[in-house]
Design a protein around this ligand. Structure first.
Ligand code: SAM
Length: 323
């Protein structure tokens, strides 16, 4: 466990004692646990990239989740910070909207146990996010996540993407399950820079981003203008430069389908027009009245290469020879 101050250790112990209570926790107690539970108390937190989202950032993050989202999946949910941020404040939503349904996937059993205490209404799955497509979870309005970053060890690749960045694998998987996504990822993995900068810079995806985007068809977008650097000092033990990215998976899917359609469309054989004298009644005369215009495949030529009348349905093979 990373070195904690005496005060942090005490608060962490109090948080654990709350989790151990048999009864349900009050909202205030839940917030206490969220604030003071130290993810570094589990030995695997560094290897699994477990650094929980600060409270303020989770609240800002929630702004990006469309109001209409009713079913949400949280990839690498930790103890539920992001889902709780996107939940219904104090148990109810504005305008009598129905409560949101959450599915939280997390590999660390200690975190799942706490998550169940903090967000009991969610479905908690202790497992590997890379197995998510085999879990039979159905479809979601929105996928959210602050996944592990970078070259964290993984059990498999997501569909299409084979690169090293765990966050891209998660987003590629999410694209198979949800219509929309909101994620916290390293600033270097986003195609824009905004947080901690004097102004927004777009179009700065690096080679790895372009590779990810090319193979998956996924385009990551900016958010409404959240500067995550305001919370840089609120993480436990780290201070990563991150961005909140949004992605319209539905739009990416229809763009990919359109591209595929265009690629597989039958392209007409380039037209080659020749003149023939064809007194058939069912053909259209050219403006000269004497000559008839036909596309390649509708005309035949004689031994001297002169066009001759012929029925259209026997011409294709001959026309190929001519061309
Ligand atoms: C950066 S933390 C974020 C936790 C939480 N979403 C939050 O925002 O506070 C990433 C989480 O992903 C979990 N994780 C790492 N690898 C995982 C995997 N393969 N499957 C499921 N969860 C994983 C870690 O244990 C950790 O809790």
């Amino acid at each position: 466990m990373a070195k904690l101050t005496k005060a942090e250790e005490k608060l962490h112990a109090e948080a654990l004692a709350l989790v151990d209570l048999e009864r349900d926790l009050s909202e205030v107690e839940k917030w206490f646990v969220l604030e003071h539970f130290q993810e570094a108390s589990t030995a695997t937190n560094s290897t699994h990239g477990a650094f929980f989202t600060p409270d303020g950032l989770a609240r800002d993050f929630a702004i990006e989740v469309p109001d209409s989202a009713a079913r949400i999946i949280d990839f690498g949910a930790g103890i539920g910070r992001l889902s709780i941020g996107c939940r219904n404040q104090f148990g109810s939503r504005w305008n009598s909207d129905p409560d949101r349904e959450f599915v939280c996937i997390e590999r660390n059993s200690a975190y799942v146990r706490i998550g169940r205490k903090l967000l009991p209404e969610a479905v908690w799955i202790e497992g590997d996010v890379l197995d998510v497509l085999d879990m039979g979870l159905g479809h979601f309005d929105v996928a959210i996540g602050n996944p592990p970053f970078g070259g964290i060890k993984r059990s498999k690749d997501a569909l299409g993407y084979k690169g090293r960045k765990f966050e891209y694998h998660v987003i590629a998987l999410a694209s198979q399950l949800a219509d929309y996504g909101v994620f916290i990822i390293p600033q270097m993995s986003a195609p824009f820079r905004y947080s901690g900068r004097p102004y927004y810079e777009g179009d700065c995806g690096d080679r790895e981003y372009r590779k990810f985007s090319d193979v998956t068809g996924i385009v990551l977008n900016a958010n409404c203008g959240i500067d995550t650097s305001s919370y840089a000092g609120d993480w436990h033990g780290v201070s990563p430069a991150v961005e909140i990215v949004t992605v319209d998976f539905e739009e990416c899917r229809s763009a990919a389908a359109h591209e595929e359609e265009t690629e597989t469309a039958v392209h007409p054989v380039p037209m080659k027009v020749i003149d023939v004298q064809l007194p058939e009644p069912d053909v259209v005369p050219s403006e000269s009245g004497e000559q008839y215009m036909f596309q390649l495949g509708e005309a035949q030529v004689d031994d001297r290469g002169e066009p001759v009348p012929c029925h259209a349905d026997v011409l294709l093979a001959i026309a190929n020879e001519v061309s």
